[in-house]
Every structure is written in structure tokens, then in C-alpha cells.
Design a protein around this ligand. Structure first.
Ligand SMILES: [Cu+2]
Length: 508
């Protein structure tokens, strides 16, 4: 469907006032064509030129090809600028600033991000095929690094990188023409390029086709990126970038919109039953390819790789590092739709997870909800092992019980909380509680055993029977000691300390 909202955009008046402002600021009369036609300054244009300009409504260019000047609208994720309401090309002035800034990566974890516009991902730009963009890149005076911008929407060497190299406290300017429609990634390309991207320097620019995009009810901006920290996932404090892990492509975090929880809880995206949703999804990398999927939805339409090819009825779309996709779907039933990278450990263990919260009436024909539940345990269920058992030697060792508890907390968050929950309450019928667990408190060494060897068979915890399987968790002696000390000192458990020597003894 082609649709052009030149008369229906809610943004019409702000766009026009910006246009008027640009006209006031324009220096040459030529650049002012497309502004108020009654402007007396235009009297020096010949009649022929005037007629040309007025009849050539589509192009709205003057005889010498100057375009009307407008100011580009930039938005922070997950917001997207309004649809283009022009049917003619314009000169779009875009002003962006690079800022280095310490921000939240996860709860209790901070990171020194390098950004376009103060957030990760960088601001979303929306222009029209045929537009000429006058790009101003300013590097904040407090920056330690020079930065630049390589826009994949640019046809020309480096995508603008060389012409936009900007030292702290300076502004660079360059121009380009948006020749091809599509959804394009932009990123910093100052050496070491991988480091600038890994620190968050990427974003999206949408070049709408001349005929515009079809009308939808909601548009959102989601961008994935992988992060490499000195500590493990969840380790507290300001985490420095880890170059070695980045080179080895061993990401600690894989995130949508720059932090764990950027699109969950209060930050969830909202939609109503019956609405159409368009996601502009980018992948900044630097390393990982995204298997983008929305749990509980089928994409009605995908512009694969952000280009012009449309695929229909898609479950998971592959988004390369430095690539993008436009996905569209109608939401039919209420509930939480979960955006994930379907390389699924990234979603549940590294942060690549976001929620679209859909409100509205149920439709039991499309989705019934649970109608029955019973226990199913096939024969032969046995303890399995997670990961490798010959884990490398610990880098840090706890000096005392208090440190041990503190270090155990983040080990718990990344290795146990998925099942036993962050508050130790477990999940009824599936995962027993560790909080006030009579099973655990009777003999804390049982926890060491469960971690080292897995746990299977009937156990009773606080009067509830569990007959399930806990996989062995591959942790070294120090980490086992820390996490067990943490759980026995948490949630009203009876306290005590487990040392690496205790764990070593239990291994035999
Ligand atoms: Cu940079």
C-alpha cells in the first residue's frame, strides 16, 4: 500500500514553523524558494524563474536547483520522527553532537559510553529520497577522543567519515544526497573503529522512498549492540571496555537500546489490540549478528536488510552487524510480546530482551491462554551439565566473608536467578525456593553438591515436593564458595561461610 500523509501528519505545523525559521535564516534568495511566496525579497527573480518554480510544484526547486531548507528532526530511541509530509525534496540541516558519558549499563553496573546525542543508540534521522543533507557534527569539548560519522546512506568514500573527523570542541560540516531509499546504520569510524562502535557509537537513518511508507499506528526504534566489560555480566561498578574480549567476540552483554531493561518494565513499548506496529530495528554490532524475533508474533512484512525487498509472514529476521530491518505486524491479542535475539542465551543471560505491552480485549479463537496443566516427567530425566567443568582459575579471591557474600551476589544473578529468581523465592512447582529453605539450612553442603553435580530426584523443600532436574553449574571453587555463602546469608537463611577448601573437599 502506498500512502502519502502530506495532509494528515500531526507534525505539519511544527514542520512548517521550522521551515519558516529556516527561510528567515537563509542567506540567498534562491534558498528561500519554497518559503512564503509573497516574500518581497524574491522580486529579483525573473518572471520566467517564478513561473518555473510555481508550476514545478513537485520539485520545488529554483532554476539553479536550490532546495527549500528545513531543519532535521532527531529523536532518541525508542521514538521515531514523524513521517515525511513532503512530496518534494528538501535541503535538510542535521546537527548532531558526540558526547562521552558514564551511564547505566545494568542495575549497579555503569559504563563509559561514547554516544551520538548523549544516548545509545544515537538519534534517529528521517529524510526523503532525493533530499540533500547538510550534516553538522560537533564533538563536545569534554570528549577525550576525536569522533566522526560513517553513514551507510551516503554514497562516497568512507560514508562521510573523512570529512566529519572532529576533535573535541570542534564542529565539522559536509553534504550528501540521499540517493536510495532504505533504513541505514550510521556509526563512528575513528580508529580503533571497533572500540568506538563497542562503546555505543551507532544509530539509524531512514531514507523514505519518494512515495512514503504505508501508514501504521505505532513506530518504534530498537537497536541491538554487543558490549565487552572487564568483569562478567552483572559484575558491579563502573566496568571498563575489554579489548581482548571484543577481539575474541566474547560479549558480556547483548542489548537493545544500550542497557539491560531499556525496553522492559516501565520502559516497555505500548500498543493496543488491533493496531499496526512498525519496528525500525538496527544492529550496531560491533561483532554479533542478530536473529531478531518477537515471541508471540509473526511479522506481516519485513523489509529484509532495511532494503526494498519485502518478505511476508516471517518468524525471525537476520540483521547483520552494521545492518537493519523494518518489521511490521498487527497485534491481535493482549499480553506481553517479547523482543529477543533468538540466539537465545543472549536474551536470557546477556540482556537482549524487550517487551511490547499490548492492551485490549482477549480473542480466545486466536489465543486461548492455558486451558490445562499436569506434570510431565519422561523417564530417563537425568542431571545434565552446563558449560565446561575445567573452568579457568579465579582472577579475584575474596579476602573475608563479607567480600565473599558481595562477590557471590553477582554470581547468583548470572547463574542461578534465572531459575531460583533474584529474590530466592523460586517458582512454584518448578524451581524450589532458596529463601528460608529448610532443605538448604539443614546442611548448606547440599548446595555445593547441587552446583557441582546437579540435583535430581524427589526432594521436599518447606513441605512442597519437587521432582525435577537442576543441571550442574560450571563454576570454580572460589565462585561456588562465594555463591553458596551468598545464599546462606540471604533471605533469612541461617548464615555461615563456605570456603574454596570446603568446595575442593566436596569435589572428591
Ligand atoms: Cu567515535
Amino acid at each position: 500500500m502506498r500512502l502519502f500523509n502530506s495532509t494528515s501528519s500531526p507534525n505539519k505545523s511544527p514542520t512548517y514553523s521550522k521551515l519558516a525559521l529556516a527561510c528567515l535564516l537563509a542567506l540567498s534568495t534562491a534558498a528561500m524558494v519554497g518559503c512564503d511566496k509573497s516574500n518581497p525579497d524574491q522580486t529579483d527573480a525573473t518572471n520566467d524563474e517564478k513561473t518555473q518554480a510555481e508550476t514545478d510544484a513537485k520539485a520545488k526547486t529554483t532554476a539553479d536547483g536550490e532546495l527549500p531548507v528545513i531543519e532535521g528532526i532527531l529523536t532518541h530511541a525508542p521514538d521515531v520522527p514523524p513521517p515525511i509530509d513532503r512530496d518534494y525534496p528538501a535541503k535538510v540541516v542535521v546537527k548532531m553532537e558526540t558526547v562521552e558519558k558514564t551511564m547505566r549499563l545494568a542495575d549497579g553496573v555503569e559504563y563509559n559510553f561514547w554516544t551520538f546525542g548523549g544516548q545509545v543508540p544515537g538519534q534517529f534521522m528521517r529524510v526523503r529520497e532525493g533530499d540533500e543533507i547538510e550534516f553538522h557534527l560537533s564533538n563536545h569539548p569534554d570528549s577525550k577522543m576525536p569522533h566522526n560519522i560513517d553513514l551507510h546512506a551516503v554514497t562516497g568514500p568512507g560514508g562521510g567519515a573523512a570529512s566529519s573527523f572532529t576533535s573535541p570542541g570542534y564542529t565539522s560540516e559536509f553534504n550528501f544526497k540521499a540517493l536510495k531509499p532504505g533504513l541505514y546504520v550510521y556509526h563512528c569510524a575513528v580508529a580503533p573503529v571497533g572500540m568506538h562502535i563497542a562503546n555505543g557509537m551507532y544509530g539509524l537513518i531512514l531514507v523514505e522512498p519518494e512515495e512514503g511508507l504505508s501508514k501504521v499506528d505505532r513506530e518504534f526504534y530498537v537497536m541491538q549492540g554487543d558490549f565487552y566489560t572487564k568483569g562478567d555480566y552483572g559484575d558491579k561498578g563502573v566496568q571498563p571496555f575489554d579489548m581482548e574480549k571484543a577481539v575474541k567476540e566474547q560479549a558480556d552483554y547483548v542489548l537493545f537500546n544500550g542497557s539491560v531493561g531499556a525496553l522492559t518494565g516501565e520502559n516497555s513499548l505500548k500498543a493496543k489490540v488491533g493496531e499496526t506496529v512498525r519496528l525500525f530495528v538496527g544492529n550496531g554490532g560491533p561483532n554479533l549478528v542478530s536473529s531478531f524475533h518477537v515471541i508471540g508474533e509473526i511479522f506481516d512484512k519485513v523489509n529484509a536488510e532495511g532494503g526494498s525487498v519485502e518478505n511476508h509472514n516471517v518468524q525471525t529476521t537476520l540483521i547483520p552487524a552494521g545492518g537493519a530491518a523494518i518489521t511490521e505486524f498487527k497485534v491481535d491479542v493482549p499480553g506481553e510480546l517479547v523482543m529477543v535475539d533468538h540466539s537465545i542465551f543472549r536474551a536470557f543471560n546477556k540482556g537482549a530482551l524487550g517487551i511490547i505491552d499490548v492492551e485490549g480485549p482477549e480473542d480466545a479463537k486466536i489465543y486461548s491462554g492455558k486451558v490445562n496443566e499436569s506434570v510431565y516427567l519422561p523417564e530417563g530425566s537425568a542431571a545434565q551439565s552446563l558449560g565446561k567443568t575445567n573452568a579457568p582459575a579465579p582472577v579475584v579471591t575474596a579476602a573475608n566473608k563479607q567480600e565473599r557474600i558481595k562477590m557471590g551476589e553477582s554470581i547468583y544473578a548470572s547463574n542461578c536467578a534465572a531459575c531460583h529468581q533474584l529474590n530466592g523465592a523460586g517458582i512454584p512447582k518448578a524451581f524450589p525456593p532458596l529463601a528460608k529453605s529448610d532443605y538448604l539450612n539443614k546442611d548448606p553442603k547440599r548446595a555445593i553438591d547441587a552446583i557441582l553435580n546437579g540435583l535430581t530426584g524427589k526432594i521436599t523443600v518447606n513441605g512442597e515436593e519437587y521432582d525435577s532436574v537442576m543441571p550442574a553449574v560450571a563454576l570454580d571453587d572460589e565462585k561456588v564458595a562465594n555463591v553458596v555463602t551468598y545464599i546462606i546469608n540471604s533471605w533469612d537463611n541461617k548464615g555461615g561461610e563456605i570456603t574454596p577448601a570446603d568446595v575442593k573437599a566436596a569435589r572428591k
